[in-house]
Write a protein that binds this ligand. Structure first.
Ligand SMILES: [Zn+2]
Ligand SMILES: [Zn+2]
Length: 98
């Protein structure tokens, strides 16, 4: 019958700093160091085969929210990701300053 549409909510461990991140279905980056992985083409679809680590290279302000610009260290692909409330604010500031 009908299909269930579920957001991906699995917890994951950061490949860079080892912190455990709780999957919210929206967050795909580490709340501690903000690094992500190149696994999605569109958010949550896990359709990318690259799998490279994605470095937070810039912070942008959009409508009062911080947006992280991630760049894949393997293929150079870039994507913007919204910050989450449990992201480490010091880490966000550190990227913004760099
Ligand atoms: Zn991390
Ligand atoms: Zn990549």
């Amino acid at each position: 019958m009908g299909k269930f549409f579920q957001r991906c909510q699995e917890d994951f461990q950061c490949d860079r700093c080892g912190a455990m991140a709780r999957g919210s279905g929206y967050t795909n980056h580490c709340p501690q160091c903000l690094w992500s992985r190149h696994v999605d083409i569109n958010p949550g679809d896990r359709a990318a085969s690259c799998g490279g680590l994605m470095e937070p290279i810039a912070i942008e302000m959009k409508k009062g929210n911080y947006v992280i610009l991630h760049q894949c260290t393997r293929c150079g692909w870039q994507r913007r990701n919204k910050t989450a409330i449990d992201d480490n604010f010091e880490a966000i500031l550190a990227v913004a300053r760099s």
